[in-house]
Design a protein around this ligand. Structure first.
Ligand code: NAD
Ligand code: ZN
Length: 353
């Protein structure tokens, strides 16, 4: 399956089981033989897939080097980027060479940011290997790192030249990270596709329809990103569940509650808020909760609502005295609704019960 993204850069997303071995062949249609490819990956993914990817690139005539940083979100920082720059400089990477991000969202965000800034920008290819990175972070061109002061505070919009998604890489992913990605998959159904949502509810074996599920999610992200590449409008819809979700992650100090799990709880809360305020069809929150439970995600937080509401104040998307809420009219239909921050506590009352 293939999609084309029409943003400031036009690029192809290829979704294909076993496609990891075809990476070199695909890159050969984009970059001249003999060019250097620097594969950036992490210490969990390297032993699993680096050899296959490097061999595929070498067989296609590229001069391959690689660097692996310690796996995990704490590595998503400027000091790791400096290490990647050092590797690129030693390998004499030029602007006509390219980087390959092989791994999850942490790898994609960092390799993308290193590519965006090294020599003021070199091309890069995304090879996402977690469900979250396949359906979300590898598409859309947001790259960056965390600061001690907050997540994703430094970054750049830098579109990849190509995205290669091999759903078979999910076979080695832990159930924890699979469930985490399912939080975002369910989100896509909620905001844009009742058909996807129903499919998730009805299927007895998600792994057998993974290619189709990934395709549907990526197609939604592609559509939203094409209309709002630089995140000034419609892209906000992708943040459904994230207002309370980010607050919950923060309250858990980014430990114990994964992003997808936090977003799931945030989606249920926002649907309940919408139902209570008369924006959202009755029963929507229960439907979302049922979908989350099916995929082993929590639907409720034990933290006091007042704390959760208070923690939304540091949300990057919140602008001073008002806050943009992403609400559902129904499953598959979403919209942005601006409210006064001072009204949020009253609006949210009862939505985490
Ligand atoms: P991650 O990259 O840390 O991957 C999760 C874990 O899975 C890591 O330990 C990794 O080594 C391991 N792993 C990766 N692929 C594997 C595989 N196939 N088999 C076994 N293990 C594998 O985290 P993530 O959840 O993929 O991504 C989270 C990051 O993505 C966050 O930093 C978040 O800010 C970012 N993000 C970015 C965007 C964007 O638009 N750029 C969107 C959403 C999230
Ligand atoms: Zn998210």
């Amino acid at each position: 399956m293939e999609l084309t993204v029409n943003t400031s850069k036009r690029y192809t997303i290829r979704i294909e089981r076993g496609a990891l071995d075809q990476l070199g062949a695909y890159c050969a249609s984009l970059f001249a033989p003999g060019k250097k490819a620097v594969v950036i990956t992490d210490t969990h993914v390297a032993p699993l897939y680096l050899e296959r990817v490097s061999t595929s690139l070498r067989n296609a005539g590229f001069d391959v080097t690689s660097c692996a940083f310690p796996a995990g979100e704490p590595s998503k920082r400027l000091s790791t980027i400096e290490g990647i720059y050092g590797h690129m400089a030693q390998a004499h990477i030029t602007r006509s060479d390219f980087a390959v991000a092989l791994g999850g969202g942490v790898t994609g965000d960092m390799a993308g940011f290193a590519a965006a800034s090294y020599l003021r920008g070199i091309p890069f290819v995304q090879v996402p290997t977690t469900l979250l990175s396949q359906v979300d972070s590898s598409v859309g061109g947001k790259t960056g790192v965390d600061l001690p002061q907050g997540k994703n505070l430094v970054g750049a919009f830098w579109q990849p030249s190509f995205v290669l998604i091999d759903p078979d890489t999910l076979n080695t992913l832990s159930p924890h990270f699979f469930a985490d990605g399912m939080g975002e998959v369910i989100k896509y159904g909620c905001i844009k596709s009742r058909a996807l949502f129903d499919l998730l509810i009805e299927t007895e074996d998600i792994t057998s329809i993974m290619e189709d599920v990934i395709y549907r999610c990526v197609d939604i992200k592609r559509d939203v990103v094409e209309r709002d590449e630089f995140d000034t409008g419609e892209r906000a819809l992708l943040n459904f569940g994230h207002t309370f979700g980010h607050a919950l992650e923060k309250l858990h100090q980014y430990q114990g509650l994964s992003h997808g799990a936090a977003v799931g709880i945030g989606m249920v809360m926002m649907a309940r808020l919408g139902e209570k305020a008369g924006f959202t069809a009755p029963g929507t929150a229960d439907k979302i909760a049922a979908a989350l439970e099916k995929y082993h995600l929590p639907v409720h937080s034990d933290l006091p609502l007042s704390q959760i509401v208070e923690a939304t104040a540091s949300d990057k998307k919140s602008t001073g005295s008002s806050i943009n809420l992403v609400l559902l009219k129904d499953i598959g239909e979403s919209f942005v609704h601006k409210v006064a921050r001072s009204d949020l506590a009253a609006l949210a009352e009862g939505c985490n019960e």
